[in-house]
Write a protein that binds this ligand. Structure first.
Ligand SMILES: *[C@@H]1O[C@H](CO)[C@@H](O)[C@H](O)[C@H]1NC(C)=O
Ligand SMILES: *[C@@H]1O[C@H](CO)[C@@H](O)[C@H](O)[C@H]1NC(C)=O
Length: 368
């Protein structure tokens, strides 16, 4: 079955000796960009460590921590462009086809030169659930690339992102718009996959570990992205921000990442609760993983205040202030878990446990 669609789909994606290509859709038309899977060396600077955690999972805290270490160079948009940026770490090179099109050398200018550097780090929450970023990372950066996934409980993540983003719409509008966008996107992908495979197999087989071939899957994902979009982006008329809901379902996206990067050694998972409870231990896991085993503990610059109110508590307050009934938030949170459970394969959860050794709160819901 897998062989069948591998053959039917796209000979492209394959190249000579270790040369891999990904398709790019830029303004008028599509073209290929090719890379060799390279580690940074000498004057060539691009990530050997990538942060792939979703928004509000602690990925900026991770970037600050790494930035404070002299042998680490973090990506910096301001350094490259001279223009002040609120999120300098988020170069998002792998997210933007127009950057990828310029070739890997164009990544270097975002990393200040540093002769003693051992680690080059970049992160953006946009990397976490994007359907093409893992393939671009595999094409351009080495298969030895180290991936750090910061995680947090699902409901906290969602409430926290809502509180950060939306002041205009209610939590219900935010929830419904994102679910609708995801369902339309998933339907589009299912229909398109049937077309390109001659209606023989379902899209579930795209991520079947027994048949997975990352280059064939890359070809299929690029075709799906050209037709349906690479993410289920929410209509900007409904919410001001286009955050896609799949970003909070880290067990879905890690499945894709672990297929494209099949070695467990590529991954480190850090849960935000654990880093608050055991900062020294979790920091030493991070430093060991990135190749700085001698690095000493870095105390937080500011004392981290123990939050007394959870994101859900604050969310309830914000909704009540908008005139929303008090029980709306718990109802929606239950609906979110049920909706997610129906779309989460137990295989996703098992893969997550295998690679991370834990599942963040509220992620342990699956069906079939
Ligand atoms: C980014 O680069 C600018 C300009 O060189 C510098 O002022 C700033 O401290 C850098 N920030 C980070 C987080 O690297
Ligand atoms: C969004 O709003 C713009 C301007 O008000 C409008 O032209 C467009 O059709 C709207 N899009 C959708 C999908 O409703």
């Amino acid at each position: 079955m897998g062989i069948l669609w591998s053959v039917m789909l796209f000979g492209f994606g394959r190249g000579e000796d270790g040369y891999h290509c990904v398709s790019l859709e830029i303004r008028a038309g599509s073209r290929l960009a090719c890379g060799r899977g390279e580690l940074p060396s000498g004057s060539q600077r691009w990530p050997n460590v990538l942060g792939i955690g979703p928004a509000k999972s602690g990925s900026t805290a991770l970037a600050h921590l790494l930035h404070s270490v002299p042998r680490v160079v973090t990506g910096n948009k301001t350094y490259a462009t001279g223009v002040w940026e609120d999120y300098p770490y988020e170069v998002a090179w792998l997210y933007r086809p127009e950057m990828v099109a310029k070739g890997l050398a164009s990544y270097s200018k975002y990393f200040p030169p540093n002769e003693n550097a051992v680690v080059f780090f970049e992160k953006t929450p946009k990397y976490s659930a994007h359907s093409l970023v893992p393939y671009r990372a595999r094409t351009f950066l080495s298969n030895k690339l180290k991936l750090v996934l910061t995680t947090r409980g699902l409901l906290d993540l969602d409430a926290s992102l809502y509180l950060y983003r939306e002041k205009l719409v209610t939590y219900r509008e935010w929830f419904e718009a994102r679910v609708r966008a995801h369902e339309a996107w998933a339907d589009c992908r299912e229909r398109r996959f049937r077309v390109i495979t001659g209606n023989t197999i379902t899209i579930e087989s795209l991520h079947d570990p027994d048949y997975f071939d990352w280059q064939a899957a890359s070809g299929a994902e690029h075709d799906l992205a050209n037709v349906c979009g690479a993410v289920a982006s929410v209509d900007a008329n409904v919410t001001r921000f286009r955050d896609w809901i799949s970003e909070i379902f880290v067990v879905w996206s890690l499945r894709r990442w672990t297929l494209v990067f099949p070695h467990e050694q590529n991954f480190l998972c850090i849960d935000s609760d654990s880093i608050k409870a055991n900062p020294e231990m979790e920091q030493s896991r991070i430093f060991d993983f990135v190749g700085l085993p001698d690095q000493k503990y870095v105390p937080a610059a500011k004392k981290v205040l123990k939050a007394t109110r959870t994101p859900t508590d604050r969310l309830v307050d914000v909704q009540i202030a908008k005139g929303v009934p008090e029980d709306d938030v718990p109802l929606l949170q239950k609906a979110l878990l049920d909706w997610g459970r129906a779309r989460t394969r137990c295989r996703d959860v098992d893969a997550f446990k295998r690679v991370c050794g834990y599942v963040p709160s509220d992620h342990d819901h699956c069906s079939s």
